[in-house]
Structures are given as C-alpha cells and as structure tokens.
Ligand binder design. Structure first.
Ligand SMILES: [Zn+2]
Length: 618
C-alpha cells in the first residue's frame, strides 16, 4: 500500500474563498455537536469582504492554550498565570469588559479600550497606563505603536513595564517592535492570528512564525494554486483543525507569505512562515482633520448583507462607500451605516453610499505602510456638533421663537464623557411661542437625531425651567456652549439655596429607590460592570452637586465636583474612593476590575452612602 500523506489528500481538495463563505453561509455549519456554546465571529478582514464564521468552544480553548504555551516559551512556566491578561484596544467601537480567562489562568482577562484615556493630558494618560504594570498585554501592532510613540514623546519610557507584550492582528514591522520595546522596556513577541481560525502561528526568536500544528495546517500556494517553493512568496491558505462548528478547509486568507527552512535555535520542528505584504489599518479623515480607523466599523460592516465593501476617503469629512451585493442595502442598514460614519467623521460629513461592481478594494497606500498612524477621536467633537446644530437652528424658520439654545452637560468636557454620554442640547422657547412652534420643532429635532443619534434635545420654556428645575438652571449657567442666544443670570437668575435644597430632597428619594433596585438585582455581579459604574458615578456626582450648591458653591461639572469632595479633608467620606473608582471605570480611564472585588455591588453601595450623606445635610 502506498503511503498517502495528509498533505496529498489536502492538495486534491478545492480551495475555499471568502465569497464561498458569504454565499453558502449557514450551509457550512455543522449539524453535529453542542451548538449552545458556538459563537458567530464576524470579520471584514483587510480585504473588505465581510464573513461570518461559526466557532465552537474547542476553538476558543485551543486559542487560550496556544497563547499560554507561547507565553510559557517566552517567560517560562512560572507565576505569570496569576497576572491579568489585558487586551488593549484604541478605537471608539469597542467597550471595555471583563471576559472569562483562557483555561489555566488564575485571573480574568480584561478588554480595555484606551480611547477615552487617550483624549486626556499626557500625565493622566501615562498614569492610566500604570494599570498594565506587571501584566500581560495583547494588542495590535498599530495600537502598540501609537501608545509607545506617545510614551516616548513624553519622556515616560519604562514608567509602565508589562511582563510581556504580545502583538497580533497585523504585520509587525521591525521599527514597530523597536518602538514598543523602548517604550515599555519589556519583551515583545508576536502571533499570526486570523479571526476565523484563531492563533495560526507563533513567533520564533529567529524570525518568522512556527505554525501551531494542533490548530491549523498552513499552505503557501502560487498563482496556479500549487504549493509554492521554499522562499517563494504565495497566498497563505489555512485549514482549521479544531473548529467542528464550521470546518474551514483550504481557506484563502488573502495574506501573502513564504516558507523558510533555515534551522532556528528554538527546537520547534516545523518550517517557519514569513509574512509578506502587511495587514495595515485603513483610515478615513474626520471633518476636524482627525484620523478614524476603519477597524471601528468592522462589526457593523460584517453584519451587512454585502459581498464586498470598500470605504474610500475622499478628503476631510468625506467618504465614498462602495459595495457589491445581490440587491440594494435596505433603508435601516443604510441609515445605520450612515449614522455610524457621521458619528465618527462629524455631523455634516459627506457620505456617498453606492452599489457598484468593484474590482479590488482600494487599500494600496496602507498596504505599503506609507501613511502615518494616528489615534481617532472617541466621539464627535463638541464644537463640530455645535456648529452643525447652530446652522440647523438658524436656518430654521421658527428660530424667532427660540429664546436660547445651548449644549450642556458632560459632553463639554472630553475627559468626563463615557460611552454612555449623550450630547445634551437644551432649547428654550419664548413665552410667546404658540402651539405651532412647539409642533414644528419636533420635526427639526427628529431630523437632527436621525443624523446623529447621540443628540438628546430637551425643549422647554424659559419660565418652566426657571421655576421648576433649579439644578438644571445651575448647570445651564455653569456648563453651556451657546448655539442660539445665551443664558446668563439676566434671563435665568441663579436659584435660591432654599429651592436647591427642596428639590434635592425629592431627587435623593427617587435616586435612593433606583439604586436599591440595582443593588438587589440578583444578576448584578454577572452583568457588565461598565453601565453599573456609570450609574453609580452619575448618581453620586448629581447628589454632590446638590450638596455643594446648597452650600453656596457655583460648581456643577462632574470632575470639579469630585475634586471638591476630595479636598474636603475635614469630612470623613469613606465611600469617596469607590465613587471615584466607579467614575474612572465608567470613563474607561482604568480597566474594569474582575469579579473578585464585587465591583458592581461596591459601586452601588458607595453611591447609596454618598446619597445618604448628602440627604442628611440638605
Ligand atoms: Zn524557531
């Protein structure tokens, strides 16, 4: 009997294109196995062809094991498993969260989005990074490069020293590695990963990647789909050995690479794979001139019913979206895409979406790595939004009925915003405005909100606010970016301390009930900690506003309120540390803590104590 190797058998099979995954979809899903643990992974990759891949639990476990084995090779099998595995991102789309750790890890894994901390001053950004000290950091090379460049430019090299930095998701250049090593003063290693498969290869100290044999079979094929000779570049084609939910056999990755079989010193037997043409992030330019990474839209794009999509930047705040699909995008998909782009690029960005027959996605510049990297803004710029709403209001025929319109609240302070923050607009109509004015402003506000969903508009009359909402009056006077007219103590007198106190008593009663409902939620500790931290911080800051306003202070902005509480040395405020931590977690200036310290319960309890303290003093 002739020996038939696995490779011979594989060679006979057809290759699998991304378009096959798109057209066959669920037909490639397995009908065997426990589907309750399967997850749908969506990726648009760098080719602009969104695919969905069903991944089983074994694939997730194998990924954790491959990562752990690679860290063992780098650090030795010591106590690193006690350290936290931080997955660091830097784009507005991803929320920070605590994830279950790969098997064998003692601590949870934490996804930490640094985009909000990135918007702060150098000192506080560098201080935030301190949370990574002594832990294992995984991230994309472009993210590590941005963070490292900032560390180096502020002279803070070595101020944060992770135990190890593991880079994957894009091709790592020598220059990037040098920058990251210099900034973090630690060992840097890399993995070759595919969202569809997991960790395909891990770095050899002598260069290139050893294939993770237990995870995948890797082929490098020439233009005629034959195995490329050693040293000759071709397309990387991967067969997943683990995923039974949706087996990918001879899957074309779109990545280019070559084999090298020069011996290395690390004793791993397989030949080494060297990646060529790099995967690099593609970016757009916002109206403000800021750079926006297309990765931000990956999840959204992957959910669209298109074969291929290409986001092409035409200039500042201008983008052309071209897609190939069987039919036109439906209206809801279209508006979802448009509002996501507008949120990132600016409210009056020019967005042209059209169906086309494309040949190749236009990512040429990025492929060759010519464009410099920039971090993107965390959200639309308050001044851009202001200019846009101001122009909508002043061109609106009913503007004569508007006494004043302002943007107020946390959106005015980039360092205080969270991913839950709305852009709060208050429009105050004149006393003389008739019913018709009230009716037609509804249409205007609905139009604004359809273009920028984060906008919340409160329409009221000046006299109603003056008599019924003392705290809002204080906030409007202290925190306003005028759009039409202006609010001063001439048209909106500062409320009396008596009215602030009376109102504060009602408010604390309601807030107390709300916090108790959260505290006694049986699923509290299983829920995402970020919204809980946000609620606890928001309620505490609001309570402290009443506290200080009732004492005659004229301060309402959240960071200033917390700073005042911290300076109150004569008072013993044992809950203040937890409230401040909740505020930092909600803003993502620190990573969400793992469940061991029961953070959600701690934050809500601290907020209740804060409320009690304020109520007793009113
Ligand atoms: Zn090696």
């Amino acid at each position: 009997m002739n020996a038939v190797t696995g490779e011979d058998v594989l060679n006979e099979l057809p290759v699998l294109n991304r378009s096959d995954l798109q057209t066959e979809g669920a037909r490639l899903w397995s009908t065997q196995g426990d589907s309750s643990t399967w997850r749908l992974v969506r990726t648009s990759g760098t080719t602009g062809e969104p695919v969905s891949v069903l991944v089983d639990e074994d694939t997730r476990l194998a990924e954790g094991m491959a990562l752990a084995e690679h860290i063992d090779r780098c650090l030795g099998p010591d106590a690193w498993r006690q350290r936290t595995l931080f997955h660091v991102t830097l784009h507005a789309g991803a929320a920070s969260s605590v994830m279950s750790a790969p098997s064998g890890w003692a601590s949870p894994a934490v996804k930490w989005n640094l985009i909000r901390s990135w918007q702060t001053e150098d000192d506080s950004f560098i201080e935030s990074l301190g949370h990574l000290n002594g832990h294992i950091v995984t991230t994309m090379p472009s993210v590590a490069e941005l963070i490292s460049s900032r560390i180096l430019s502020t002279g803070a090299a070595g101020s944060t020293i992770p135990l190890l930095v593991v880079l994957s998701g894009e091709t790592l250049s020598d220059r990037q590695r040098e920058i990251v090593e210099a900034a973090f003063d630690t060992r840097v290693t890399s993995l070759y990963t595919l969202a569809e498969v997991g960790i395909v290869g891990s770095e050899c100290p002598a260069g290139g990647y050893h294939v993770e044999d237990q995870v995948a079979v890797v082929e490098v094929l020439d233009d005629l789909r034959r195995p490329a000779a050693i040293g000759v570049e071709g397309e990387i084609v991967v067969t997943s050995l683990v995923n039974r939910a949706m087996p990918l056999i001879r899957y074309r990755t779109g990545d280019q690479g070559r084999w090298e079989n020069a011996p290395c010193k690390c004793d791993r037997p397989s030949a080494r794979l060297f990646l060529a043409r790099g995967r690099r992030p593609v970016s757009l330019i916002a109206e403000s001139g800021a750079t926006v990474n297309v990765v931000r839209f990956a999840k959204l794009i992957a959910g669209l019913d298109v074969q291929r999509i290409n986001l092409r930047r035409l200039g500042r705040g201008s983008v052309a979206v071209e897609y190939e699909a069987q039919g036109l995008l439906d209206r809801s998909a279209h508006s979802l895409l448009e509002s996501a782009l507008r949120s990132a690029l600016g409210p009056s960005a020019s967005i042209v979406v059209r169906r086309s027959s494309m040949t190749q996605p236009d990512v040429t510049n990025e492929r060759h790595g010519a464009s410099p990297l920039h971090a993107e803004p965390a959200g639309p710029n308050a001044h851009e939004v202001a200019a846009w709403i101001r122009s909508a209001l002043t061109n609106w025929p009913g503007v004569k009925d508007v006494e004043a319109a302002v943007i107020t609240g946390s959106y005015l302070d980039a360092e205080a915003t969270t991913r839950f923050s709305d852009i709060d607009v208050v429009v105050l109509l004149q006393e003389t405005a008739g019913g018709f004015a009230w009716q037609r402003i509804v249409a205007l506000v609905a139009r604004l909100r359809s273009q920028l969903p984060q906008v919340r508009v409160n329409v009221d009359s000046l006299s109603a606010v003056r008599t019924r909402a003392p705290l809002l009056v204080c906030r409007l006077l202290q925190e306003q970016l005028p759009l039409v007219g202006a609010l001063t103590t001439d048209n909106l007198p500062w409320p009396s301390i008596g009215s602030v106190r009376a109102h504060g008593k009602y408010w604390t009663q309601d807030a107390h009930a709300l916090l108790w409902t959260w505290l006694t939620d049986p699923s509290l500790e299983r829920k995402d900690v970020l919204p809980t931290a946000w609620l606890a911080a928001k309620q505490s800051v609001e309570a402290l506003r009443y506290h200080y306003l009732a004492r005659g202070a004229r301060v309402t902005a959240s960071r200033e309120i917390l700073a005042m509480a911290r300076e109150e040395e004569q008072q013993d405020l044992p809950w203040l540390e937890d409230v401040a931590e909740a505020f930092d977690v909600a803003r993502e200036h620190r990573p969400p803590p793992g469940p061991a310290s029961s953070p959600s319960k701690r934050y809500i309890s601290a907020s209740l104590s804060c409320l009690g303290f304020v109520r007793d003093g009113l």
